[in-house]
Design a protein around this ligand. Structure first.
Ligand code: SF4
Length: 83
């Protein structure tokens, strides 16, 4: 398995932990996409071979549940943005 951008450890955390982290990070953000676009973005991530552990993008190290909610972010894939 490909390692995370930041380190090579397996990041084995619960869905609840990810959800809490994402909710905390999003509290500081104001430029968010609507749920319909958010779900489309996450669908792309969920079928992407660069998604690690079900929550982390292997290219930027972000929780995708966080990054996909930000209107000003794009997919960082070097093969071309998927969203
Ligand atoms: S490369 Fe793009 S589509 Fe793939 S996990 Fe990262 S953000 Fe999602």
């Amino acid at each position: 398995m490909m390692g995370c951008k930041g380190c090579s450890r397996n990041i084995d955390v619960s869905d609840e932990f990810v959800q809490l982290q994402v909710e905390q990070q999003l509290q500081l953000e104001t430029d968010l996409v609507e749920d319909e676009l958010y779900i489309k973005r996450l669908d792309k991530c969920n079928s992407c071979p660069s998604l690690l552990y079900g929550h982390t993008c292997g290219h930027c190290g972000c929780f995708v549940q966080f990054r996909a909610k930000l209107a000003y972010k794009t997919c960082p894939s070097p093969d071309g943005a998927k969203w």
